[in-house]
Design a protein around this ligand. Sequence first.
Ligand code: ATP
Length: 453
Amino acid sequence: PVDRIDAIVSLAKRRGFVYPSSEVYGGSRSAWDYGPLGVELKENLRRQWWRSMVTGRDDVVGLDSAVVLARDVWAASGHLTEFVDPLTECQSCHRRFRADHLTEEHGDGSTALAELSCPSCGNRGTFTAPRNFNGLMRTYLGAVEDESAEHFLRPETAQGIFVNFLNVLQSSRRRPPFGIAQVGKSFRNEITPGNFIFRTREFEQMELEFFVRPGEDETWHEYWLGERWRWYTDLGLSERNLRRHEHPADKLSHYAKRTVDIEYRFDLGGKEFDELEGIANRTDFDLTTHSKASGTDLSYFDQESGERWFPYVIEPSAGLTRGVLAFLLEAYDIDQAPNTKGGMDSRTVLRFDPRLAPVKAAVLPLSRNPELSPKARGLAAALRKRWTVEFDDAGAIGRRYRRQDEVGTPFCVTVDFDTLSDNAVTVRDRDTMKQERVSLDHVENYLVERLPG
Ligand code: ATP
């Protein structure tokens, strides 16, 4: 597992998925930049989520709210007081840690800090008593940096949805059960960012707030647990790498009646499974507290029954950037591929579902040649109208195949000397490495059948 994540971090940088942020100045463990292939992969994952959660459904609409909301929002939501982590400091090396993460690492939640050794310097029993640390990221709006100008970057996209509940209800002509979905950046002043893009201070979330009639909340919660599990497995995460984690009653957030996490086998930092998505029953907490605090009634008037009630909220909250890591880990594989000398070499391959693959097809002329290259360029240009396509005519064909395998391109289309007479090309499948001769005017259809939208 350790070399797996190391291999992925190095591949990600070498091939242009993810770079350490501000690397020329030494980089930071808390931020990462998405390169040419990473931005495609992340966008594909976002698009799949949006299709399945919003445009593919009749009962969910989208929203894109501001990152900096009114200060009152965070007072009402409880974030100013409740959004805290227990912070402890090692008195030997002065590294800071989340006390709850330390106890988890040592496998026993009840272990006293005095009995633990520091993960950084190894000294035992040197931790200060934990104190609460607020994770909101602060900024100042306007010219004067005083308390009245103090604002917060959102630590979740959800609150932007709740404060727009009435706007969406009135303008979209939806009524419960219905949902509002949002994808975007969130910010948390994490004490211990790290493990590559698993935990960063700036990250992206994909959240749905689904509003239902009280009493129907538990059924809808089960429904969304099933839907979200299916979404991950349908896109390629295997069941053996996924599990459900039910939050014990005494660990529930202040707003939640029940929360179940979908966990993935990230195998990071000494933990086998870790949270990929949290699916919470938030009750009517958000709409009632925002009603009280703002003076705007956010309840729903049910015309059919003549009753007024506050909808309950079921919230599937997923990490987009954390999801990218899960799909990278799942896709990474090493197998054996034939080399030109009749032997076998080990090859690295990212087995992405074609819907997620950053490049769908690569067009490769067998060699750089005044007849082959223009033909191949023409084909690449035609295919590019539909898909993300790479053209590559540099170096040995075997090495170009390896390169495409390593970034997870499902199909390589090779233009060779026979193409000039038979008007056909060779299409190579990433996973089976089988090659098929396909006539030039059928290439597009061939790919349409094998690349779901
Ligand atoms: P943790 O306990 O690990 O800090 P959390 O329970 O606070 O996480 P949620 O508030 O449930 O996380 O956030 C929903 C989702 O957002 C998480 O399942 C995760 O995928 C993603 N997420 C949360 N914090 C981060 C972060 N710092 N970096 C990347 N993704 C994150």
